[in-house]
Design a protein around this ligand. Structure first.
Ligand SMILES: Cc1ncc(COP(=O)(O)O)c(C=O)c1O
Length: 405
């Protein structure tokens, strides 16, 4: 994409966010902030775009990036298939409520939940993640085999492994290591090998259009080389494991890598979630421009000086390496920024910038979270807006009394 096109895209996004937020304002005028809103028109458009980008490869919903059952159901209704859950208790809860194909994306050592899985009907609907024998040892014998998925490292290790780029996940990396664990699973009557997962965080979760163009160029070089290496290794790992036991699925990727991951013939499904709500960190990708769908409103409660407007609350930083990109971003009115010294505060957040001077006590400011699902750990409900009207208010996981991580 040329720099001119990039500039146009960024501007268009800013303009449409402005128009959207004015509509959200009208749709929620009777509510007292703080509250959170999801724009269903944007959410639906984003779901359609994820499916388009996958080009026919099924897209499994990463539930950590939604954390609201009504929105998960809406995504599944739009055509996403199956759930990539983030804890086993969550998966058991969802399966108990009717979810049919739930893969827990991260290993579990929760003995009580594993016992419930092994003994109960959820065994037919829930798959747990493993990457070592100790995790297998924790799965108790039950009424029938427990489904397991093997997680294999998808990081990029240039310079003979002296540099390691990617999430520190599985110790398994080679076809030999993966097949050794697959054989161990096959040997145990209480287990059934169900799938294989390789998640390339360094491609799917790292924006290739950051503010700093030099960094952007470096990210793109890294991602191209990593994708090239991974395609060959993933094919070899899948072939080797399939020679040990059949696989129902091979899962890879995330919102930021869908087209690349789906293009690999051995991948049977991609995972995605963040692209539905399109939080601030997902503004920084070249291949796609999701419509921001999740916002929260905060009230202006004081004016410490003519240039500063202070809102109540706002200190909802996102997980990951602590840095400014993890902080919520003021979205409307345009022309607001956080204070460098105070950032987003536990109980109050001072806002600076040209628009701050015009804010009055009682006005509201719209913010975006840096990440997708974590916003739902801050609010009991989400107000859903469609066609410029508020159409429903639905509970988040937290609002249902469920907080898994
Ligand atoms: C295993 C796995 N797959 C996929 C994803 C991608 O999720 P999202 O599309 O929300 O970025 C993640 C995110 O961390 C993940 O851990």
């Amino acid at each position: 994409m040329s720099p001119t096109k990039r500039g146009t895209l960024a501007k268009r996004t800013a303009d449409s966010v402005q128009a959207l937020l004015q509509a959200l304002d009208a749709a929620t005028a009777d509510l007292d902030p703080p509250f959170a809103v999801v724009d269903l028109d944007a959410f639906d458009a984003n779901a359609a775009d994820l499916l388009r980008r996958a080009g026919g490869t099924p897209v499994r919903l990463a539930s950590k990036s939604v954390r609201c059952r009504a929105l998960a159901d809406r995504a599944l209704g739009a055509g996403l298939r199956g759930i990539l859950a983030f804890t086993l208790p969550e998966a058991l809860w969802l399966a108990g409520a009717g979810a049919e194909d739930v893969v827990v994306a991260y290993p579990t050592v929760d003995r009580e939940a594993l016992r419930e899985l092994a003994d109960g009907a959820a065994r037919e609907r829930v798959t747990v993640m493993v990457d070592c024998r100790e995790q297998l040892d924790l799965i108790p014998a039950g009424a029938g085999p427990v489904r397991v998925c093997i997680d294999v490292d998808a990081g990029w290790w240039p310079l003979g492994g002296r540099v390691r780029i990617g999430a520190k996940r599985s110790p398994l990396r080679t076809p030999e290591q993966a097949t050794a664990l697959a054989r161990e699973v096959a040997r145990r009557p209480g287990l059934k090998l169900d799938g294989l997962l390789m998640y390339e965080a360094q491609i799917a979760g790292v924006g290739d259009r950051p503010r700093n163009p030099v960094l952007g160029a470096a990210v793109r070089v890294m991602q191209r080389a990593s994708a090239h290496e991974l395609a060959a290794r993933r094919a070899a790992v899948v072939a080797a494991v399939r020679a040990v036991a059949p696989l129902r699925f091979v899962n890879g990727g995330g919102t930021g890598s869908i087209e690349r991951t789906a293009a690999e013939p051995v991948v049977t499904e991609v995972a995605a979630g963040s692209g539905l709500l399109a939080p601030a960190l997902f503004d920084a990708y070249r291949a796609f421009a999701p419509r921001p769908a999740a916002f929260f409103a905060l009230p202006v409660v004081r004016r410490p000086s003519a240039r500063v407007a202070t809102v109540l609350g706002g200190g909802y930083p996102a997980s990951g390496p602590a840095g400014r990109d993890r902080l919520p971003r003021p979205a409307l009115p345009a022309g607001l920024r956080l204070d460098r010294q105070e950032g987003a505060g536990e109980v109050q957040t001072p806002l600076l910038g040209p628009a701050a001077a015009d804010l009055r006590i009682g006005d509201r400011v719209w913010m975006r979270h840096a990440k997708a699902g974590e916003l739902c750990e801050r609010f009991d409900v989400l107000h859903l807006v469609q066609g410029g009207r508020r159409v429903a208010t639905v509970p988040t996981y937290r609002g249902e009394g469920r907080s898994f991580l």
